[in-house]
Write a protein that binds this ligand. Sequence first.
Ligand SMILES: [Fe+2]
Ligand SMILES: [Fe+2]
Length: 314
Amino acid sequence: MKAEDYLSFVDAWEGRATIRTRPRRIVENDEKLIYPLSRQPLVLSETFTRECPQLRDFALVQSLYKFINDVVIFETEIVDRTARSIAKDNFAIRFPFACRYDAMTVVVDEDYHALVAMDFMQQTIALTGIQPIQLPLEIELSRAIPAALGLAPDHLRSAVELICVAIAENTVTNDVAAFAKDDTVKQSIKGLMADHLLDEGRHSGFWARLVRIYWHAAPEQDKQSIAQIMPVFIAQYLTNDIQKSFDFVLIDSLPIEETIKQALKDETQAMSFPINRHHPLVGNIVRFFRTSSMLESACVQHALADYLPAGGVQ
Ligand SMILES: [Fe+2]
Ligand SMILES: [Fe+2]
């Protein structure tokens, strides 16, 4: 795909962007859950359900706070930053006006997602009276992107940044979709997730198209350097170190005996996903490499061999 062929999605944005179309959502004071059980397996663990089932809602509220905190970091520090520099033509890779205009809609959407997330945080604190425990200052991408950039030669730093953000914007979707379908969760929370998902559908295609444009024109040697960096980025992106330390802080905040805390920690320790083709986000990552056309390059197929479905690329 050539840069001149890029078509703006501005009409779709004007008609469907949640900032243009959605009223404020209010967290209901009802019996439903504030966060999906499937997203906080700690509360489903044998020790938790036996020893402290009465603390389930506290743990779910804290997990919602962590999720909101992650969203704010992701939107304002990661996606906003790259989209804004593309919009303002400060990015080392130059894009035509239509791309830059669409990049500005991404900035607006993401900052709005952060605002809505902060609103839900305040509403939940007011409704439950539960203050957040110490929340992480970083998300996985806060480490994975600098690690990838550190491996890139100077002239490829922007390309690597673009691809990393594009991967992230093509995987959050899955994350958010899990909420939208869960009927045990409060309607407002599901609505928040569904709104976000709608905007992210537009974003994922946007980022994949920018990468297509870049990849189409990139020299073979640059493609090879970038391909080498991808597995390092993916491995750091998929680690659960930050989630694990949050879970430990959460466990330590529970009013339970030390031995039970230790048992809960042992259980969460055993629950992590493997970082290979069986990780739940890998399907989305591979799909991104396909839609961005990167997977058509032999160097990318080779570099991602561990993550591709057994039997190779189809
Ligand atoms: Fe977003
Ligand atoms: Fe996005």
